[in-house]
Design a protein around this ligand. Structure first.
Ligand SMILES: [Mg+2]
Length: 377
């Protein structure tokens, strides 16, 4: 089954409400919808998370696409890494590998979707089958003020979530205020905090002491990812609060470094960081060998990524029970089915072919129009 064309559609999927985190406030998710058309009439669909913006990722995709045309959808590994060699390293731009991963993940997901549709098998069957019946997710608390966050936390409790996740790194006093408010709202349920690289070492140590009374299950990426595994290892030696590694990790090699240096208690990563399904599973295997669990990382994404991630997570033995999804932040998802709202914090594993979703073409058109209307001249 040969690739006839690869279409890219930049989208802006607006958020329901402003998204508050350590790096500021975000109002929507830029993504690039990828459609791979084949000579058998099957279309595989994926998406690339397009941070910092769509034009940056589109330039990589437009450069890559010609090398995929006329090739087999079953040759993704060779095609992707040949392009890495010829399109990146050969031009001395190997430092752009993270952009490469974001762009290629969209193509890889679309290839898997086409393969699944052509074989009438869901992705998890193609990967060897599921190891669990459901994948579990945390309640992702949204809002700005302590009152808003506590109110949303209570509604997530009512929805049956058992693990909760709060963005901090927004200012020391505010961090303590919102953590205290959320702790009161959720009782003794599990609470995870994500500082998104906001602190230096000394500040992190100070904040750990301030936040300790609220019993965080872990604090995620307290210090900048550029400090690497060594930075997290130094911090971990200073506290008994568990540490999650997020922006330190983009590859199986990064996971190896974390494991080797014993610098985190859990690995947080997603398909768009690791360059898709194949490398995600390699990275997860490295963590498993070191006895560490992997927590799915959500970024600016739609239900397409949720469908793919949920199936991949179903195949792995060392997935965490409080994973992250972000489609629910969107004012309107571009996936019309399946239902991706967790029940009691869990999603079932779909059995539809490929990634297993139906695209809402009208929603795609609206997100495409939103992208065009906000585009800088
Ligand atoms: Mg994080």
């Amino acid at each position: 089954m040969k690739i006839v064309s690869i279409e890219t559609t930049p989208l802006l999927c607006k958020f329901k409400q402003p998204y508050h985190w350590a790096q500021g406030v975000s109002y929507g998710a830029p993504v690039i919808l990828i459609r791979i058309k084949t000579d058998k009439g099957i279309t595989g669909i994926g998406e690339s998370s397009a941070s910092p913006d769509c034009p940056t990722l589109l330039s990589i995709l437009e450069d890559a696409i010609p090398s995929f045309i006329g090739q087999s959808v079953f040759d993704g590994n060779r095609l992707i890494w040949n392009y890495y060699r010829d399109g990146f390293n050969a031009r001395g731009t190997g430092s752009a590998s993270r952009f490469f991963s974001q762009a290629m993940t969209g193509i890889e997901l679309a290839l898997w979707d086409a393969i699944g549709k052509s074989t009438d098998l869901p992705l998890h069957k193609l990967l060897g089958g599921q190891t669990r019946d459901t994948v579990s997710y945390f309640g992702f608390i949204q809002g700005d003020t302590a009152e808003e966050l506590a109110s949303h936390a209570k509604s997530l409790v009512e929805q049956g979530f058992g693990v909760f996740y709060l963005k901090i790194g927004r200012g020391d006093d505010l961090d303590e205020e919102i953590t205290a408010a959320v702790r009161r709202a959720i009782g003794n349920r599990r609470l995870r905090l994500d500082a998104n690289e906001a602190w230096d070492m000394l500040r992190a140590r100070r904040m750990f002491e301030r936040l300790k009374p609220y019993d965080p299950e872990f604090v995620e990426q307290p210090v900048p990812g550029r400090l690497g595994a060594e930075g997290l290892a130094r911090l971990r030696a200073m506290t008994d609060i568990p540490i999650a590694a997020d922006q330190t990790i983009y590859s199986p090699e990064d996971v190896y470094d974390i494991c080797r240096s014993r610098s985190a208690d859990v690995i947080v990563m997603g398909l768009h960081e690791t360059c898709g399904v194949v490398r995600f599973r390699k990275a997860a295997a490295v963590a498993e060998a070191a006895g560490l669990n992997v927590c799915l990382h959500g970024i600016f994404e739609t239900g397409i990524t949720t469908c793919a991630s949920n199936q991949v997570a179903a195949t792995l033995g060392n997935m965490d029970d409080g994973n992250q999804i972000m489609w629910q932040l969107l004012d309107e998802d571009i996936v019309s089915s399946p239902i991706l709202t967790p029940r009691k914090g869990a999603l079932p594993i779909g059995d539809k072919p490929g990634l297993g979703f139906e695209l809402d073409e009208a929603a795609v058109a609206r997100a495409s129009a939103a992208y065009r209307s906000q585009r800088r001249p």
